[in-house]
Design a protein around this ligand. Structure first.
Ligand code: A2P
Length: 346
């Protein structure tokens, strides 16, 4: 077993890739080499890492020579194209795109929920959708005590989920609108400054957009429970980097609010912020930069006199726990459990 690893970030210059670099440094991941991969546009750029300057390389089929772990966050099409080359070169890929998440052969993992699923990997591990992670880190500990029958969730999603250029667009549009100029949407189909809109992924025949379908199917896969019923409404809001969600849960049995509070107070990756006297509850500006997902407004659903309903309000950093942190945590588990060898190669 090695004690230092060669890690490549595919999409290192992107919004998630940049946070992956920060988190690898913060957590002192045992690195021998960090290889930064991006498009030809960025090749040659220097990025600072732990006081050193690392030069960005253009992604190619040959980029994975000698690499142990790839953290992939350059979009689904590039993952499909390049992950097989990474696996052939002997690397394990932790893939932050949606390309492999529903593949039954590919573990879909949030370490606080289902790290044991990593044992079955064949070279690729999928990192779930950001809204799914932020919801499930909070719902799973409650579910473990009493089964959740149904989840009704509405999201308030930050622009960071659409990448670095979308974050710039929110800033530029805000300045433009304040200066009395036109907003000119480019990354999004609509004006995002001083507005919100339904998540712009494709809407399927049942009327659900892809983001909503991801939250439903990925939760069922990670919980190993096809029976948990979920309905979601996903909304993009003019917030820079943390997603918030209103979550209503229906349980198989009554769930006293006090017990839910006790469970959430102990839950890994979760922090309670619930102070009605000062109207202080989870907010994206306070969740940004934190590892924990914030949860508050914890209350019994009064529309269910049988006590089987709970309501929650959560905020979680989309770029950290919703993406880069979860990917690095998966890499940490792979290293700690000596699981970098695929169960069988793809
Ligand atoms: P680049 O900055 O060179 O375009 P985001 O999700 O924030 O938009 O980031 C996307 C990431 O994927 C960036 O690092 C981007 O690099 C990278 N990327 C986009 N297209 C390619 C490509 N054709 N080859 C390699 N990397 C790419």
């Amino acid at each position: 077993m090695k004690d230092q690893y060669n890690v490549a970030i595919m999409g290192a210059t992107g919004a998630v890739g940049q946070v992956m670099m920060e988190i690898l440094a913060e957590r002192d991941f045992p690195l021998a080499e960090l290889r930064l991969l991006a498009s030809a546009r960025s090749a040659g750029r220097e990025l600072a890492f732990k006081g050193e300057k690392l030069v960005v390389q253009e992604l190619s089929e040959a980029s994975f020579e000698g690499i142990d772990i790839v953290l992939a966050s350059a979009g689904g099409a590039l993952s499909k194209q390049y992950n097989p080359h990474a696996v052939a070169a002997g690397a394990v890929v932790v893939d932050n795109t949606s390309a492999y998440r529903m593949d039954p052969e590919v573990p879909l993992v949030v370490p606080e929920i289902n790290s044991d699923d990593l044992a079955h990997h064949r070279g690729i591990i999928a990192n779930p959708n950001c809204s799914t992670i932020i919801m499930d880190v909070v719902v799973w500990p409650l579910y473990q005590r009493r089964r959740v029958k149904r989840i009704v969730v509405s999201t308030y999603q930050a622009v960071s989920g659409a990448g670095a250029r979308a974050m710039e667009e929110l800033e530029q549009q805000t300045r433009a609108v304040l200066a009395g100029e036109a907003a000119d949407p480019e990354e999004f189909p609509h004006q995002i400054a001083f507005n919100l809109f339904s998540h712009n992924s494709d809407v399927g025949p049942e009327g659900y957009c892809e983001e909503e379908v991801k939250m439903i199917r990925e939760t069922q896969k990670m919980f190993h429970d096809d029976q948990v019923q979920i309905t979601a409404t996903t909304i993009r809001v003019p917030v820079m980097r943390a997603h918030s969600e209103a979550i209503n849960l229906e349980f198989a049995e009554p769930y006293p609010e006090q017990e839910a509070r006790e469970i959430l107070a102990q839950a890994p990756g979760v922090q309670i912020v619930d102070e009605p006297a000062s109207s202080h509850f989870p907010m994206p500006i306070e969740a940004s930069g934190l590892d924990a997902v914030l949860v508050g407004r914890i209350r019994q659903d009064i529309s269910r006199p049988d006590g089987r309903g709970l309501d929650l309000w959560v905020s979680g950093d989309q770029l950290r726990k919703g993406a880069a942190l979860n990917a690095v945590q998966i890499a940490e588990v792979l290293v700690a459990r000596n699981m970098l060898q695929a169960a069988e190669s793809v």
